[in-house]
Design a protein around this ligand. Structure first.
Ligand code: URP
Ligand code: ZN
Ligand code: ZN
Length: 461
């Protein structure tokens, strides 16, 4: 059935106009005024609303065995939550353990997604070890359409790689023309600070930040920048959280390192006082890099507005409070790291970014959709509204007022880190490749309809 979105204010990364959008099957085929609706057309009245390109979350974990727990959301529930919140494409971190072969890990992650995902998806291929055998497997994985690697400088003993592995991964990435996403924290410093704190009897969640202060992240970024420069490889810093780390990245960019930067909605709207809440409540807010002191937020918002930071992700890492975060009661180093945010990223970014005047509408679209599509080779299939693009559209109601509550969320997690946060504006209708897949914060689409997105070679930024 054809779909017609009528009279919405269409906002892309660079244009803004009131018009109709005609979608034939899965694709946008026409944009114009007064497009007629023949019988049988599904018509969405978007008058008084914005129409944005489907939002892209460049960093999620929907299948994540980590720190003794398995992430609570699945590709089914996590992508339903994504779509309800306006996200129509996700980039999942495929994170095999060091003992696993890359192709086995990749197959396992793909099997989790196939037939379950409710929006389109791609992967960043986690490189959690590097040797000749894994290198040839990584080549084949890239050949199959995964044009990005993911490495961890932290989590030594789990996903972390050593410096030789880092350098060899970046050299392979350069050879293959793929970009490498990186978690930047100095693993040795984290380990030293953690054992020092525990030895002093400082074992509650309020000490998590002290084990990973800004200099730990800044050193990680500095380290990655040196290796990226040496290898001549493009890199993408995930979840950058603080001024010190940003300074390292910008310094490297000024000397020619090809570096893109992502921050998270958590770091933009939450601060470290949440992780200091008593009675283990702070565990809900334990993630890495940690939530920072409030003054870092203004730095990150400015960096987004000025184009220094390219993207806002959710790093959705959904661990239940009651049964999973509790693994770390009495020892903060064992709390499964992560704060779920896949469902709330867009309404929060709009509320705290656009409504507060920190971001204009085009920057909002760019950092929440278009830039990720460009950096990771999905543009213009995804990330914009133009004939030929996938009909992934968000009809956004700026007049909506509401509050976030775990009780009403689609995600399977038992809490929300944004409980009680006020929301100004939310997606009213979300389409995934021409199908209406969410209305008013509820998933209404066909479960399992999401497709793997093989990405072409080469970057279009
Ligand atoms: O604390 C976090 N960020 N958990 C998810 C895994 C990661 O480091 O991205
Ligand atoms: Zn990370
Ligand atoms: Zn992550």
């Amino acid at each position: 059935m054809a779909l017609l979105i009528k009279n919405g204010e269409i906002v892309t990364g660079s244009t803004r106009t009131v018009a109709d959008i005609w979608c034939e099957g899965e694709t946008i085929t026409r944009i114009g005024c007064d497009i007629p609706a023949p019988a049988g057309t599904e018509v969405v009245d978007a008058a008084g609303k914005f129409v944005f390109p489907g939002f892209i979350d460049p960093h999620v974990h929907l299948h994540l065995p980590f720190m003794g727990a398995l992430a609570k959301d699945t590709f089914r529930t996590g992508t339903q939550a994504a779509v309800a919140g306006g996200t129509t494409t996700v980039f999942e971190m495929c994170c095999p353990s060091r003992g696993e072969e890359p192709e086995d890990g990749f197959a396992a992650w793909k099997a989790q997604a196939e037939g379950s995902a409710c929006c389109d998806y791609s992967f960043h291929m986690g490189v959690t070890k590097f040797d000749e055998r894994s290198a040839s497997q990584l080549r084949r994985i890239v050949e199959s359409g995964v044009q990005s690697f993911k490495i961890f400088l932290a989590y030594q003993g789990a996903f972390g790689v050593d410096d030789s592995e880092l350098f060899r991964t970046l050299r392979l990435a350069r050879e293959l023309g793929v970009i490498t996403a990186a978690h930047c924290e100095n693993a040795a410093l984290v380990a030293e600070l953690q054992s020092q704190l525990l030895a002093e009897g400082k074992s509650g969640c309020e000490w998590h930040h002290a084990s990973r202060p800004p200099f730990v992240e800044a050193e990680g970024v500095h380290h990655l920048m040196a290796f990226a420069e040496a290898a001549g490889a493009p890199v993408y810093i995930v979840h950058l959280s603080c001024r010190e780390a940003l300074e390292e990245a910008v310094r490297a960019r000024l000397r020619g390192v090809d570096v893109r930067i992502e921050t998270l909605i958590q770091h933009l709207v939450l601060d470290k006082s949440s992780a200091e809440l008593p009675d283990f409540e702070g565990a809900k807010f334990v993630m890495s890099p940690p939530l920072r002191a409030k003054d870092h937020q203004a730095v990150l918002w400015n960096a987004l507005a000025q184009g220094l930071v390219d993207a806002v992700g959710s790093d959705h890492a959904p661990f239940d409070f009651k049964t999973q975060k509790t693994i770390g009661r009495g020892d903060f180093t064992k709390i499964p790291n992560g704060i779920p945010a896949i469902e709330d990223r867009i309404p929060l970014l709009y509320t705290h970014g656009v409504c507060s005047g920190r971001l204009d509408l085009h920057t909002f679209v760019n950092v929440a959709s278009t830039n990720a599509a460009k950096i990771f080779n999905l543009f213009p299939k995804k990330g914009t509204i133009q004939p030929g693009s996938d009909a992934d559209l968000v009809v956004f109601d700026p007049a909506y007022r509401g509050k976030i509550s775990a009780a009403g969320q689609v995600s399977a997690v038992d809490y929300s880190a944004f409980e009680g946060f006020e929301i100004h504006g939310r997606p009213a209708v979300v389409t995934v490749r021409g199908e209406i897949a969410a209305r008013d914060g509820k998933f209404t689409g066909s479960p399992g309809r999401g497709k793997f997105l093989p990405r072409p070679r080469g970057r279009n930024t």
